[in-house]
Design a protein around this ligand. Structure first.
Ligand SMILES: CC(=O)N[C@H]1[C@H]([C@H](O)[C@H](O)CO)O[C@](OP(=O)(O)OC[C@H]2O[C@@H](n3ccc(N)nc3=O)[C@H](O)[C@@H]2O)(C(=O)O)C[C@@H]1O
Length: 400
């Protein structure tokens, strides 16, 4: 979606390109915004993952003044620049914070300032922007989105002033499909050379914009934006995988996904519970011809599963998950990319990584959560399977 900038091709550009995500600790509007969980992951994790997976940068940094953010940044694979208190104030601008970063990192020639507040970023976009800089030699590139908004001049009606239309003819109001709309900066990223930044500019020199898809363009500014951003990320975000559009099999760990992992005991029996919402999610997948296989490492009574009255397969007392999964995949003639996997424990990590799409409940183990999986907002046994099933269905329906 790169635009055609007027100045044409400017020749190749080399030099160290650093992705820099600014994440101060003291955000005002939304407390701890930069590491608050959005769709199951700390906010900064979304853009860090896109930047790292793009493999387009020589280094990926988080600039922060907070120990907590430093830890999260490192957990997600970024390097950390500890910034000074002077550039961590409410009044500090991104520009001065980036200038400070450059003073400490003289090896860096170009900065891609990626804003955590736009969490629907995809590596493919970053790869194209880096190509605009590397191959076409632009000095600065920033993200925009197209809006179809009619603008009207601001007036004070009580003074007798009249308003006028600024970008439309009211006598011939264009229909959305007959009007290209206008480009607006969307705050997702700002790439600029060191020369420009040192001169006090993030946008300047040979400039170009990069037009993002509207579904990927979201700017968290006020607290009201948060739930909208969360929905958008769940539907259109980058989950670190090839994003399959065909899913034929869901394998789901019973213990901790279908159940909440708790077992109640009396002298004769063990009891667990499940959520009807999860059965509904499974049913939705079955309706779409996805085979559902429930597995457990525990010796669960088969009648417990058959009592769910769902036409799904199950295997219990599994000692070798890999062998079971391999058997199912070859029986169905599938490759991993066509399989979905939901798990919650360390023994699921391998399969969470292999599957085309994977999900973990909110209370999964840390190792399971650190995989590139869709992290549910619900815990195991409380609707996580339903949430993941809806995510899988939206992937299949989006045709991506
Ligand atoms: C490059 C730039 O000018 N960014 C500014 C953007 C940009 O103009 C809009 O997004 C455009 O739509 O606007 C601001 O955006 P905001 O305040 O949300 O900041 C965006 C992200 O950067 C972090 N940040 C910002 C400044 C700073 N000195 N240190 C930081 O760590 C924030 O924590 C947050 O994760 C604004 O609304 O005031 C302030 C930002 O400085």
């Amino acid at each position: 979606m790169a635009a055609e900038p007027g100045s044409g091709d400017c020749g190749p550009r080399r030099g160290h390109l650093a992705a820099v995500v600014l994440a101060r600790g003291g955000s005002k509007g939304i407390p701890h915004k930069n590491i608050r969980r959005l769709a199951g992951k700390p906010l900064i994790a979304w853009v860090l993952r896109a930047a790292l997976d793009s493999e387009a940068f020589d280094s990926v940094w988080v600039s922060t003044d907070s120990d907590e953010i430093e830890k999260v940044a490192k957990d997600y694979g970024a390097q950390v620049h500890r910034r000074s208190a002077e550039v961590s104030k409410d009044t500090s601008s991104s520009l001065e914070t980036i200038q400070e970063f450059l003073q400490h990192h003289p090896e860096v020639d170009i900065v891609g300032n990626i804003q955590a507040t736009s969490p629907c970023l995809h590596p493919a976009d970053l790869i194209k922007v880096v190509d605009m800089i590397r191959t076409h030699g632009y000095d600065s590139v920033f993200s925009v989105v197209r809006h179809h908004l009619f603008r009207w001049r601001e007036t004070m009606y009580w003074t007798g002033e009249f308003t006028v239309a600024e970008n439309l003819n009211p006598a011939r109001r264009p229909r959305r499909q007959d009007w290209k709309g206008e480009l607006y900066e969307n705050g997702s990223f700002y790439f600029a050379t060191k020369e420009l930044i040192v001169r006090g500019l993030l946008q300047g020199g040979k400039m170009a914009y990069y037009e993002m898809k509207p579904e990927h363009s979201i700017d968290i500014d006020i607290d009201l934006d948060w739930p909208i951003a969360e929905q958008r990320v769940k539907r259109f975000g980058y989950f670190g995988k090839g994003m399959p559009t065909v899913v034929k099999l869901l394998v789901c760990n019973i213990d901790g996904c279908l159940t909440d992992g708790r077992v109640y005991l009396n002298q004769e029996h063990e009891f667990t519970s499940y959520s009807l919402r999860d059965l509904d999610g499974i049913r939705k997948l079955l309706d779409r011809e996805v085979t559902v296989l429930l597995i457990s490492e525990r010796d669960i009574r088969p009648s417990l599963i058959s009592n769910l009255k769902l036409p799904c397969e199950f295997e219990v007392n599994v000692t070798d998950k890999r062998a079971v999964l391999q058997r199912w995949m070859s029986k169905m003639g599938l490759s991993w990319i066509q399989a979905a996997y939901m798990g919650c424990s360390d023994s699921d990590v391998e399969f969470l990584k292999l599957a085309g799409v994977s999900g973990v409940p909110a209370d999964a183990s840390t190792a399971a959560k650190m995989t590139d999986s869709f992290t549910c907002t619900q815990g195991g046994g409380y609707g996580a399977i339903q949430e993941f099933a809806e995510h899988v269905i939206s992937l299949m329906e989006s045709g991506r």
